[in-house]
Design a binder for this molecule. Structure first.
Ligand code: ADP
Ligand code: TRP
Length: 323
């Protein structure tokens, strides 16, 4: 029996942090067990804001190396670069011709940029249409995304339903969002949401020494070594949870409550748990990151697989609209 397809796009914006890993990358990779996954680097979307050519290229390679190091299976699954499939911009135009301008005026990203008087280029305004093209061009059944993408998914569904209403109920697959509610927001060093905009991140792939140094900077309250501590109120413990078994968590929670353990020791335990899960992947990441030809090879393979699907859908779409 063939599996349902899950597709998502990731903008190339630098090496990810533990919040990205736990909130997006790890769940996406787990979907390989149950779905036919299509993951792509959304470089056309990044162009709405990125103005540095070298940066766009480097960040693209960062992401390929991250997915390879974390064990994406490029034979069974499909990993590609958005801009390698020219049909997506053609399709975006076709979809834009049936999308009401008012729909795009309600988009959060556009409204935000406008209210902050940031640059609003046409690409940013049309961002949701290109995203709909990304999703609909590959007959995606599910789209795993964070809550912040909910509106974009609703727009994609609106656009797909309108298209099918106009041109035939079976032309486009109408996708469902797969919103990862189960992963809570991961706190950063200062207890706020971990985010590159807040400068409070623990990098996913940095040399072990640097990861340890970041972990040692996690903010805590000022209770002394002997005091009893509450694991549920502690940023260290919130992160520890995501890297350990229930048993390990119970053991450390007990030590928090009993007193006699300082936060430095809890940080060391967190560091060791992170190392256990990610140490090997980090080595692989640094090795791959030095091999641009290998990374290009991965992208080429993905391009060929993605393009086969795109061409089929393109044919269906063009014949349904009379082109
Ligand atoms: P940042 O906030 O660092 O700019 P992005 O907005 O680029 O991160 O997020 C990329 C993906 O990682 C999204 O799917 C988002 O839901 C997830 N993510 C980012 N930060 C966190 C966090 N602190 N906790 C859980 N998931 C997160
Ligand atoms: N807009 C998404 C983000 O900012 C990235 C993205 C582009 C995407 N195209 C997509 C996500 C298609 C899911 C499906 O994170």
């Amino acid at each position: 029996m063939s599996r349902l397809r899950a597709l998502t796009g990731i903008k190339p914006s630098g090496t990810p942090h533990l919040g990205n890993y736990l909130g997006a990358l790890r769940p996406a990779l787990q979907l390989q067990q149950t779905h036919d996954t299509f993951y792509f680097i959304a470089d056309y979307h990044a162009l709405t804001t990125v103005r540095e050519p070298a940066q766009l290229k480097e960040h693209t390679y960062d992401l390929v190396a991250v997915f390879a190091a974390l064990g994406m299976d490029f034979d069974q699954h499909t990993f590609f670069r958005q801009s390698d499939i020219p049909e997506v911009t053609e399709f975006s135009w076709i979809l834009s011709c049936i999308t009401a301008k008012g729909l795009l005026e309600r988009a959060h990203a556009f409204k935000d940029a406008q209210s902050k008087q940031q640059e609003v280029n046409l690409g940013l305004f049309c961002y949701p249409v290109l995203q709909a093209a990304d999703i609909l061009l590959y007959d995606s059944n599910f789209v795993p995304v964070g809550k912040d993408q909910k509106q974009h998914l609703e727009m994609t569904r609106d656009i797909a339903l309108r298209f099918n209403h106009l041109y035939g109920e079976d032309v486009l697959v109408v996708p469902e969002p797969l919103i990862g509610e189960e992963v809570a927001t991961i706190p950063g060093l200062d207890g706020q949401k971990m985010s590159k905009s807040y400068n409070n991140v623990i990098p996913l792939f940095a040399p072990a020494k640097q990861v340890r140094k970041s972990i040692m900077r996690i903010q805590t309250d000022s209770l002394g070594v002997e005091d009893s501590k509450d694991p549920d109120q502690c940023n260290i413990f919130q992160l520890y949870r995501h890297f350990t078994t229930a048993e390990e968590q119970a053991t450390l929670a007990e030590r928090y409550r009993a007193g006699g353990m300082g936060y430095g020791e809890a940080k060391q335990q967190l560091f060791e748990a992170v190392e256990r899960e990610l140490g090997e992947a980090r080595e692989a990441y640094f090795e791959l990151r030095e091999q641009p030809e290998t990374l290009e090879g991965i992208l080429e393979k993905g391009r060929d697989k993605a393009r086969r699907v795109a061409l089929e859908v393109r044919k269906r779409v063009r014949s349904s609209i009379g082109l």
